[in-house]
Design a protein around this ligand. Structure first.
Ligand code: FES
Ligand SMILES: [Fe+2]
Length: 394
């Protein structure tokens, strides 16, 4: 494994086996995914006590559950009796978690409270659900599957003031999808970290976004950028950028005259997340390695999470949030809210799967990234290599 990583050339795509080997995938589950904070959902997905969602990462399932009004917990979704999967659906609601096999029963705090016909010396306190770390920032839930993860406090300190005005803590989930992509997870993420392909492949996305491959995109000089910053300042918003080894947060303008990330550029939801203030506040994008990015706008938010299942299968979870009091049909239409990202995700699915087909062939050799237009891909790959190699050294 060390040899394989030793062959990597920075600024280039990875050697073939890093995209195609099942042994590498198993290594990554330990070396990368067990040692990172993973964006796993929103409070809006578990609004009431007992609501839960499950996420699948490789062979590991995790359940995230609202234990009380103010506490969300995560557990390995594995019964402490003989290891059966405890929660068998993507989401649900329960007062207690009852194993479908022999009905061992856990409370929402993960304590084993019922195990039929066990001997007198059996200690239920030794058989509670195994917790995972769970943190909530401005309504967004992150989990970590081991203690060996980076500091979370700095990320919280940066994201909280930028995202809090969107009040996602009180938002509702309007829609979610799971899109299976038959591609290695790193190709899914490399694709999601650049817009070099946008002008040719994402006509819908570019109705709303300025083309970031144009030179002046992040240049502070253009008048439209100065106007944008003045509007955000007047709205009391912090724009960033804020960057850390594993996160990247920035509020940036969308196209002039475009109010939201929709096909017609109009607001997706008339009941606003940020009801006060004037002008176009663009979109707040936050991305976390290894597997997520999100956008929060004045009227809605969208999240993208990529969950590796096996070396050639990745489940992309897309989630749309709106104000808690918004009513479908009155304040928003689901098709209008979701069309832009559904189109974009379908296009990206094809691109990632097509990329995966290409890298598996004899003709594949690692190629160079564009330093100008694939900078965030270079950052992603460098973070990935640093994380994997630090694990190999330790
Ligand atoms: S495996 Fe869960 S109760 Fe037996
Ligand atoms: Fe894309």
């Amino acid at each position: 494994m060390a040899d394989l990583y030793g062959q990597c050339r920075r600024g280039h795509t990875l050697p073939q086996a890093l995209y195609t080997s099942a042994a590498v995938f198993d290594f990554e589950m330990e070396a990368v995914f067990t040692r990172a904070w993973l964006q796993a959902g929103h409070l809006a997905e578990v609004p009431r006590v007992g609501d839960y969602i499950t996420v699948q990462l490789g062979k590991t399932s995790v359940v995230i559950i609202r234990e009380s009004e103010s506490v969300v917990r995560g557990y390995f979704n594995t019964c402490r009796h003989r290891g059966a999967l405890l929660c068998t659906s993507d989401k649900g609601s329960a007062r207690r978690l009852v194993c479908p096999y022999h009905q061992w029963t856990y409370d929402l705090g993960g304590n084993l409270i019922f195990a039929r016909n066990m001997p007198a010396d059996f200690d239920p306190r030794q058989h509670g659900l195994i917790p995972v770390h769970c943190e909530v920032v401005a309504g967004v839930i992150f989990i970590a599957l081991s203690d060996d993860v980076p500091d979370f406090a700095e990320f919280r300190r940066q994201l909280e003031p930028m995202l809090a005005p969107h009040d996602l803590e009180n938002a509702q989930l309007a829609h979610s999808v799971v899109l299976p992509e038959y591609a290695n997870w790193k190709l899914v993420m490399e694709n999601g970290r650049e817009c070099y392909h946008c002008s040719a492949r994402h006509p819908e996305l570019l109705t709303a976004f300025r083309d970031p491959t144009e030179d002046d995109y992040f240049d502070a000089q253009p008048d439209w950028m100065k106007d944008f910053e003045a509007v955000c300042h007047a709205n009391g918003l912090v724009n960033g950028p804020a960057e850390g080894a594993w996160f990247d947060i920035l509020r940036f303008p969308i196209k002039d005259g475009v109010e939201s990330l929709t096909l017609d550029g109009r607001l997706a939801c008339s009941r606003l997340l940020i009801p006060s203030g004037e002008g176009n506040i663009g979109t707040l994008r936050w991305a976390t390695e290894p597997n997520a990015f999100s956008h929060a706008l004045r009227d809605h938010a969208f999240s993208f999470e990529a969950w590796p299942i096996d070396v050639g299968t990745t489940h992309v979870r897309g989630k749309w949030l709106v104000h808690k009091d918004a009513v479908e049909g009155r304040d928003y239409e689901l098709a209008h809210l979701t069309a832009l990202w559904n189109a974009t995700n379908d296009q990206d699915k094809w691109l990632a799967e097509n990329n995966f087909k290409g890298v598996q062939g004899r003709g594949y050799v690692p190629g160079p990234f564009s330093v100008n237009d694939e900078k965030k891909v270079i950052d992603f790959v460098n973070w990935y290599l640093d994380t994997a190699q630090s694990c190999l050294r330790s």
